[in-house]
Design a protein around this ligand. Structure first.
Ligand SMILES: [Zn+2]
Length: 277
């Protein structure tokens, strides 16, 4: 088993990777179920910047992080801009972005830490959440890979940053690629196709899938390939393989919302923290 959903005591669901060491880290992917937000943010929207009622988001955050043993004031979360900046956080950043979007870690799409009990959280609606677990050096990371971040190789860069900051060895790092839009649904246009070919000159054939004259991008594989290139063994990379657009009753999906003529939707979150041993 790799990725699975587990129901919690307070009636939420945690998406989890069975490959991650439960004795060393706490982690979960949220679903959209069990929150208080109203449509189109129904119901466990965890993002403050999407137009939802702030009080509802904070109530949702409280429920989600409590289910993992934390307080809202513990979480560190960035203002994600589809870039490739990676930021190391420590105790000084506890609570950044927890209640106010304005004090999030600015313009950052991946955060890493070796501080225990400091939960890192990023928000998603189709983009790829990438978890990093280095049990050897007790370090973790979490990255946001939409098409821009993926083509900028944010996953590989996050790993290399963990290497320089914590001594992470790629061969000992575990990766989890969480639910996000799959190549079943991720149709792309000319600009993205060209950039994909430029970013993956050797592999674009397997990343760009042609169906009925339409081109679909395999973001999961694009992230796997860049991690293989920096030395992560394939057996260390766990791909959930669950498409948020196909499974939009479980997860927020920007593409699924668009299909339903909604211009806004909520965000799921990925959260990871080192346990204080
Ligand atoms: Zn799909």
């Amino acid at each position: 088993m790799s990725y699975f959903l587990r129901r919690t005591e307070n009636n939420l669901w945690h998406g989890k990777f069975s490959t991650f060491p439960e004795d060393l880290i706490t982690h979960a992917v949220s679903t959209r179920l069990g929150g208080v937000s109203k449509p189109p943010f129904d119901s466990l929207n965890l993002a403050l910047h999407v137009g939802d009622e702030r009080a509802d988001v904070l109530a949702n955050r409280k429920k989600f992080v409590q289910s993992l043993g934390f307080k809202v004031s513990d979480i560190v979360t960035p203002n994600q801009i589809h870039g490739d900046k990676i930021f190391r956080v420590d105790e000084n950043y506890r609570g950044c972005g927890c209640e106010n979007y304005a004090d999030s870690i600015p313009e950052t799409d991946a955060i890493i830490t070796n501080t225990p009990d400091l939960p890192l959280m990023l928000c998603f609606a189709d983009c790829v959440p990438i978890f990093f677990v280095d049990a050897e050096n007790c370090a973790i990371g979490l990255a946001h890979g939409g098409w821009k971040g993926t083509l900028k190789k944010i996953a590989a860069k996050t790993l290399l940053k963990m290497k320089s900051e914590f001594g992470t060895r790629p061969k000992n790092c575990l990766i989890g690629i969480a639910p996000s839009i799959g190549s079943c649904c991720y149709e792309i246009g000319g600009e993205v196709i060209d950039k994909c070919k430029a970013a993956f000159p050797k592999n674009f054939d397997e990343l760009l899938i042609n169906r009925d004259g339409k081109i679909f991008l395999d973001l999961w594989r694009a992230n796997v390939i860049q991690l293989l290139e920096v030395g992560v063994p394939e057996e260390n990379i766990d791909v959930a393989g669950e498409c948020t657009c196909c499974e939009s009753s479980w997860y927020f999906s920007y593409r699924a919302a668009q299909k339903n003529n909604l211009d806004r939707t909520g965000r799921i979150a990925a959260l990871i923290a080192l346990k204080n041993l």
